[in-house]
Design a binder for this molecule. Sequence first.
Ligand code: C2E
Ligand code: MG
Ligand code: MG
Ligand code: MG
Length: 281
Amino acid sequence: DQALARGAPWHGDDTLADEVLAQELSLLGELDEAIAAGEIELVYQPKLALATDRIASVEALVRWNHRTRGRLGPDVFVPLAERSDRIAGLTLHVLGRAIADLAAWQAQGLELSVAVNISAKLVDAPDFCAVVQGLVQASAVPPGRLIFEVTESAAMTDVAAAAAALESFRRLGIAISIDDYGTGQSTLSYLRQLPVDELKLDRRFVQNAHRNRDDAILVQSTVSLAHELGIKVVAEGVEEAECLAFLRAVGCDMAQGYAISRPVPAASIVGFQQERIASAA
Ligand code: C2E
Ligand code: MG
Ligand code: MG
Ligand code: MG
């Protein structure tokens, strides 16, 4: 600020950029240690099946309980990890944790799937699929209960390469979900070339769908086209009961958002599902 006041804005900007860079580098340097120290945690956000009013699956969302900086969200460190080689380690840690939690839910009689977010950079990394296969085979969970969420942009660059990579996960039995759908340039006809089981409509289209005509049309037509292609639709960012009612009315398969549940610790998922079952009875 002083540099700006002195009429030397570039100096000020550089200092700020350097500081940010230094902070990012130190955070990145701490990541492996944080994983080993158990500072990296998962919370889970339910995807509610609208036909049955049960949790169909839960999405694993990563958090970092940093010793000095407090609880950090993924937006602070996932993009950093993606720009380095640490994203593979982070993702495998998340996947391992999610598989362990899934096994624990299964042991408690819960039937649900777990979704893990997979960065674009990893989708077609050659050895990643083999490592995933090893992890899954060493576990007690059926791969059919795993979902990989891949953003639209991840699947965009080279459709043939993306299709081949996604297919290799699918051969293991893992379901493919396209995250943040509608924010990129792709169309449903483009998606038809990819092995896709689920589409997650981005919250910017969902949030106002019950009160905005254009959004309503977009949601409705995406649902019907996706269904014709045999793809299930999840609406993300559902914050209001009216929105949930709209989604039920247009036949959307699943909904996720604060109106249903915020992301919660693994231990809370059992109670959540039991409450749903009890309130339906
Ligand atoms: P995403 O996969 O699209 O996840 C949805 C984000 O929206 C989550 O933020 C979630 O907490 C938030 N959200 C859920 N419901 C609502 C709602 O009703 N309203 C609003 N305003 N927001 C809602 P979060 O946990 O901060 O995650 C942000 C992004 O970080 C995720 O977007 C995902 O792309 C990425 N991410 C999270 N965990 C991982 C991970 O383990 N690996 C990778 N590669 N990326 C991850
Ligand atoms: Mg996601
Ligand atoms: Mg999303
Ligand atoms: Mg989104």
